[in-house]
Design a protein around this ligand. Structure first.
Ligand SMILES: Nc1ncnc2c1ncn2[C@@H]1O[C@H](COP(=O)(O)OP(=O)(O)OP(=O)(O)O)[C@@H](O)[C@H]1O
Length: 255
């Protein structure tokens, strides 16, 4: 089995007396798409925030390729290859779709600017931006202002901006939220393509079971902040304990 890209060890955060994420031990590997499920308030988004650095852990560690990134800022973690899709942050609404992607490519190149000098740099950055534009199938709206895109296309643009960062880990929090059913498959196809690049590790928080079924290689279930179950989709979906959580026997409601 390949080495994990990302490991959380005893990862915990307390808000006052409330333990929102409770000693979560989990390892994530390249080529694997893990969906994090659980009832409302289970700690899914908080766990994501602890991994991407939006929240600081009370205890425990986040390791990226063996490096302890627990105390790093979100941008420092991004430079370590932890990429998280955010709705429309990073986006320049008045600039065109292509310009937005070009800026993201340039920001990524900035870290190793010596590789990109002069005219060659300009061409290389443009070529990369065009590649991501095509990858998310937005070439037909390349010159439209980003703000003018319909919601579904804006989500695709977010995926392109994330790809431009060239992360090792892709994190998506409900990528089809607020999206009409006819647009959802496009974004899901993009995520499936990222997963098929076997060097990438993909984490998804998702409520919609049809999305979970379509994409998951593995499901982890959080409940009251703790890791309740972890395994292949068929086993997790058939497990009594998971059904109990979702059917409310333990006092929670299904998400
Ligand atoms: N900044 C915060 N301060 C205090 N409590 C918080 C904070 N962030 C999250 N919580 C609490 O932590 C718990 C977990 O919340 P979280 O949003 O991670 O759950 P979730 O599983 O993502 O839920 P949902 O499916 O509804 O999005 C909740 O009880 C929430 O109220």
């Amino acid at each position: 089995m390949t080495n994990p890209t990302l490991v959380t060890e005893g990862l915990t955060i307390r808000f006052g007396g409330h333990v929102a994420v409770d000693r979560v031990n989990c390892a994530f590997r390249p080529g694997e798409l893990t969906v994090i499920v659980g009832p409302n308030g289970a700690g899914k988004t908080t766990y994501f925030n602890l991994i991407s650095g939006q929240l600081a852990a009370t205890s425990g560690r986040v390791m990226k390729d063996g490096v302890d990134i627990t105390r790093l800022s979100p941008s420092a973690r991004a430079r370590h290859g932890v990429g998280r899709a955010f709705q429309l942050t990073n986006l320049f609404p008045a600039l065109s779709v292509l310009e937005n992607i070009r800026l993201a490519v340039q920001a990524r190149a900035g870290a190793g600017w010596h590789m990109f000098r002069g005219v060659a740099a300009f061409h290389e950055i443009n070529a990369r931006a065009e590649r991501y534009l095509e990858a998310v199938r937005l070439s037909n709206v390349a010159y439209k202002p980003a703000a003018s895109l319909p919601h579904g296309d804006q989500r695709k643009l977010e995926v392109a901006l994330l790809m431009a960062m060239e992360p090792d880990i892709y994190m998506f929090d409900e990528p089809t939220a607020g999206m009409s059913l006819d647009h959802a498959p496009d974004v899901l196809d993009l995520i499936a393509e990222i997963k098929h690049d076997h060097s990438k590790t993909v984490l998804l928080v998702e409520h919609k079971m049809e999305v979970v079924r379509a994409l998951a290689d593995r499901i982890i279930v959080l409940h009251n902040g703790a890791l309740l179950a972890d395994g292949p989709p068929a086993a997790i979906m058939a497990s009594d304990i998971v059904r109990d959580v979702y059917l409310g026997k333990s006092g929670e409601h299904a998400a």
